[in-house]
Structures are given as structure tokens and as C-alpha cells.
Design a protein around this ligand. Sequence first.
Ligand SMILES: C[S@@+](CC[C@H](N)C(=O)[O-])C[C@H]1O[C@@H](n2cnc3c(N)ncnc32)[C@H](O)[C@@H]1O
Length: 347
Amino acid sequence: MPEFIFATCLPRSMPYLKRELARTRPDLRLAYSRPGLITMRTDAVPPGLSTPEPQAVFARATGRSLGFADSLDRIVELAELVAAPEIRVHVFARDPVKPDKQIPDYEGIKRWRDSVRGQLGTRVLDGDDAKPGDTVLDVVLPPPGMTDPIMVGWHIHDHWRGAAPGGVCQVPVPPEVPSRAYAKIEEALHWSALELHEGDVVVEIGSAPGGAAMALLQRGANVIGIDPARMDPRVLDWHGACGTFRHISNYAERLRTRDLPAKVDWLVLDANIAPHRALVALKHLMSLRGNSIRGLLLTLKLHDDGVIEDLPVLFAQISELAGAISLRATQLPSAHQEVVVWVQRSL
Ligand SMILES: C[S@@+](CC[C@H](N)C(=O)[O-])C[C@H]1O[C@@H](n2cnc3c(N)ncnc32)[C@H](O)[C@@H]1O
């Protein structure tokens, strides 16, 4: 039986996704595509896979495609094809084609979400965030400014995916933060489900001007920002109920063991350096505090096309040097020429 698959991605990353799938899943044949969405067909799922949809870095949400709808009734009809008695409903929009200029239509998405949930009634599980094993109905709306039909699909949730509708909720950048990295780290924290608690120590490599640091401080973390560039005064003078900030004005590779507290919980890297240099910085930090770091949230810059082909090797190197128990990667809605990597360690 042929299976029909869908995958969503950043519109500008569609060529990357197609290249990644050509390498990892040659059984998939491209069918229909629109900016930020491709559908594919497979006639023979490779042996050993538990699900026909691909696990691809450049695909943020994937699942089985049920078809397209232009009305609520048709969405409900397609949802009837999902056999599970209870379903989680994920209604989300494809990423905008011009992410810097267009924000998602949050109100429109909510209206569709409420209507679909209302029509499906008691079958629908409460809440948006999926749990492993949930059967999730995916209702994929067109992005702002487009009138394409709605795609309806489904998937079984697993640890590879973000739990939110579409894998990650786009976070708008509030006006009062020092940089758009605020939105990026908020999205990354939700996607990774990193368990950040008040008082946790976070070392951030590439912390200036401080959008991400501000988001971490708001969550009560004690942040040590490593960056030779200047930090925003709102971060340097942080006076929240909890959370502290310390700036080390230096390159990560030059840190000395006495610069850091004995225990560091999390390592965040967002430096504008090529991935091979990021690896050098990472290796150095692991040599200083590898005994206590529980997880790493890393941004790898896709400076040139060659990096895309190198990603599997880079991931293997990161896994090895971090002693990872799991590693997954995606592209966040607020992060463009880069991928975010979430590495969990067991101590
Ligand atoms: C994209 S910005 C970081 C944005 C920041 N995370 C925020 O929340 O505002 C990249 C930063 O990486 C810093 N950087 C580049 N190489 C570095 C290195 N080797 N060690 C530490 N910081 C570095 C740059 O100075 C720059 O401020």
C-alpha cells in the first residue's frame, strides 16, 4: 500500500529538506509542494522503520497526509479516517515566506483550532502539548497572505518531535528585549523540553547583546555570558526576584577553569562562528565542566551549503565529545540560516 507523507519546513529551507530526504529516504517521491510544505509518497517503507514519515533536521512537523480541505466539514470527514478513539488536535500554520516581515495570524489559528476541537467533541484530548504515544491530528493552515487549501494529516508523537502544534510555537519578539535571540531561546526551550529550574547555572557562549540571557534570567537562571562583545545594560543590571547575570568578556576558547563555578547545569551556544570552531569551543567547555553539564542547546550556523552535507558528521562529533544519550536537531521559526541542536547527557 502506498503511504502519503507530509513535512513542513522553513520555506527557504525547502531545497535543503529535499536534499536531506534524497540522501536519507530515497523511497520518498515528491508529490505536491507549497512554500513550507511538501507531500511525498512511498511505495515501500524501508525495513526497520517504525513509522513511514522521515526524521529530518529540516522537517519540523511530519506525518501521514490524509488530504486537503477547504471547509470545516471536510476536515472533520478526514479526521474520521484516523482510527484512534482519542486524538490530540494540532492546528498550526505553515511558516511565513518572509518571516522577518510577517507574523503568524494567532487569532485565525485559534479560531480554526476551537472550531475543529468543537466539531470533534469528546474524541479530543485536552491541551496542546503532545505526549509520547498520542495520536495527533495535524491541521496545517496556509501562512499569512496565502489562500491554499488546508492540509490534514496525523502522526504518533515521539521524543524526536517538539510537543507543540507544528513542533514549535513561533514566539514573537517583545519590544523591550535586547535582541531577537530572546524568541529563539524561548522556542528552543519549548521544543527541547529542557527542564530549566530557578537557580540552575547556564553558561551561554555568544551572549551579547543579551536577548537569550534575558529570557533565561526571567526564568530564574543564574547566567554566565561569555562574549567579547558588549552586553546590553538591561541584562548587566538585571534585578529580577531571582536569577543573576555575570559577563565574562572573552572568547570561549580562552576561558580558564577559575572563571566558572564548580557546577554548570546547561550550556547554550549561539556564537556567530563556523560549526568547526563551535566544536573547538564546546570541547574546551566540556574539558572545564563536563562533569556537571546536563544538556547542551547549540546553534549551528549554516554559513555555506557545504555545512548542510556535513551535518551528520558534525552531529556524530558533538555526540561523541558531549557523551550524549540523545541528540536531535531542527530549524526554529525565528532562526533562519542555522539549526538548533539539543544534546542530553547522562551524568
Ligand atoms: C548572534 S550573536 C549572539 C546573540 C545572543 N545570544 C543574544 O541573545 O543576544 C553572536 C555572538 O557570538 C559572539 N562570539 C563569536 N565568537 C565567539 C567566541 N569564540 N566565544 C564567545 N563569543 C563569541 C559574538 O561576539 C556575538 O556577540
